[in-house]
Design a binder for this molecule. Structure first.
Ligand code: SAH
Length: 348
């Protein structure tokens, strides 16, 4: 339970015995000023003391460790949650914007071979407040250095569309109360087809990124086991429907693995899927993880793959790698949930 699980009415109910504007001040303090309830200066001291010991207003995240990289431009938090689960949250500052990468589950059940979270296994789903609190943590930190938090990507630990209700609850809360536009929120999925269909009917205009990594079923399923349940044809059909319903551009993520999915034939197959959807392709140089022994495509190979895709007419960019030296880059988050040891290394 987190204070960011509470609705405005629930906050009102906690303060039912004091004038109504106090609940508004508490809400404003939590969402506009990102403050601890006990530090909201406009509230009388006695009330602040009471709020400090109100169980419903306790924070859900207990930050155990904060590490930085890239000269302070990347920050990673390790947080302990109730029940002993742990998650990581990463904040990245770019010259023009700041983005937080939040976790939607402790661990992940999808078992993608090259992802450290998948190697560690599933812990539990996060609740709405546990997701919102990660955003608040990052927004506070950005503000402390004179920046503002611009973007939210659900690309941390877990599969967001496998925890649909909490993820969408958190997105609605962030959009309505933290003032971050839905167009600045990106949900990244390994390809949970029913979730993509459901997202297509949401009124919120969030961005959708689909982790593809292989453009034929055999290759994709060897990297992303869920590909056996939802073959590429079905995934592409769900993406078509999403694009038609939302008129939004989707993106495909592709972690480049040397000799595995960086061949000319891979570029051709990927372009054949991306072009009709007018999808954007985001190439991610593979980041090392303990359980996967293949190496990432070389920087020159990444450029060659990008150019090959572009020559097929695809819209493509290469994701900047941040936080590798603190294991904060894509696929490296593995705050192993208690009781779950990483699986042993597998050769691709
Ligand atoms: N479960 C969601 C979101 C989390 S991962 C999803 O799969 O999309 C965010 C992105 O990082 C995904 O595209 C994922 O495939 C990618 N990724 C995972 N492991 C990686 C690694 N070792 N190197 C580079 N990217 C990786």
């Amino acid at each position: 339970m987190s204070r960011y699980d509470l609705s405005r009415d629930e906050v009102g109910a906690i303060l039912a015995d004091v004038p109504r504007f106090r609940a508004d001040q508490l809400w404003e303090g939590m969402y506009r000023h990102l403050a601890e309830p006990s530090e909201i200066g406009v509230l009388p001291r006695a009330l602040r003391d009471r709020l400090r010991s109100t169980p419903e207003l306790a924070p859900a995240l207990q930050v155990e460790r904060r590490v930085t990289a890239d000269g302070g431009l990347t920050e990673k938090w390790l947080s302990l949650l109730s029940g002993g689960a742990r998650i990581e949250t990463v904040l990245m500052h770019h010259p023009s914007h700041s983005t937080v990468c939040v976790s939607s589950q402790a661990g992940c059940a999808m078992a993608c071979s090259f992802c450290a979270t998948g190697q560690a296994g599933f812990g539990r789903h996060l609740g709405v407040g546990e997701i919102v609190e990660q955003v608040v943590l990052a927004a506070r930190s950005a503000r402390a250095t004179g920046r503002r938090l611009d973007n939210i990507v659900l690309m941390g630990m877990g599969e967001p569309l496998a925890n649909y209700a909490s993820v969408m609850g958190a997105v609605r809360r962030v959009v309505a109360d933290l003032g971050i536009g839905a167009r600045h929120v990106t949900i990244s999925t390994v390809g949970v087809v029913p979730g993509i269909r459901r997202l297509a009917s949401e009124p919120l205009q969030v961005n959708l990124a689909v982790s593809l990594h292989g453009a034929n079923d055999e290759l994709r399923s060897s990297l992303v086991p869920l590909g056996r349940r939802y073959p590429i044809a079905e995934l592409v059909a769900a993406c078509e429907r999403y694009v038609a319903a939302t008129r939004r551009r989707i993106s495909f993520e592709w972690a480049l693995i040397a000799g595995v999915n960086d061949r000319a034939s891979d570029a051709a197959e990927l372009a054949a899927i991306a072009l009709p959807l007018r999808a954007h392709v985001n190439l991610i140089p593979l980041n090392p993880t303990p359980g996967y022994l293949a190496t990432g495509t070389s920087p020159a190979g990444v450029r060659a793959f990008r150019d090959r895709l572009a020559s097929h007419g695809a819209n493509v960019t290469v994701r900047r790698t941040k936080g590798r030296d603190i294991d904060a880059a894509c696929g490296q988050l593995a705050a192993s949930p208690v009781g779950l040891a990483p699986r042993t290394a597998a050769r691709p």
